[in-house]
Design a protein. Sequence first.
Length: 102
Amino acid sequence: MKDISKSKLRYYEKHGLLMNIERDAHNQRVYSQKDIEMVSLIQCFSLLSMPLKQIKQSVEKLSRDEAQIADILEAHLNVLKAEREIVDLRISAIEEKLSQTK
């Protein structure tokens, strides 16, 4: 986990995205392979512009085995496609208005 800052890891913990992180004898955090995979997934969700609240819900569902990663990504893809349609409509409206003013 060289590409993520300590502060970002603490942020994930503070917001309940990373839970039950083990500590060693010196009270330093010890991340398991599962924790590392979860961090990677959280970063992926974040890059996809998934809201923090939705990331947290997704992480909780994955932790309880109530969802699969593909299901979560598919649902978010549908949201992004719907948002794209709205943006495309707005762009078309602006372009039409611009063409009328020239």
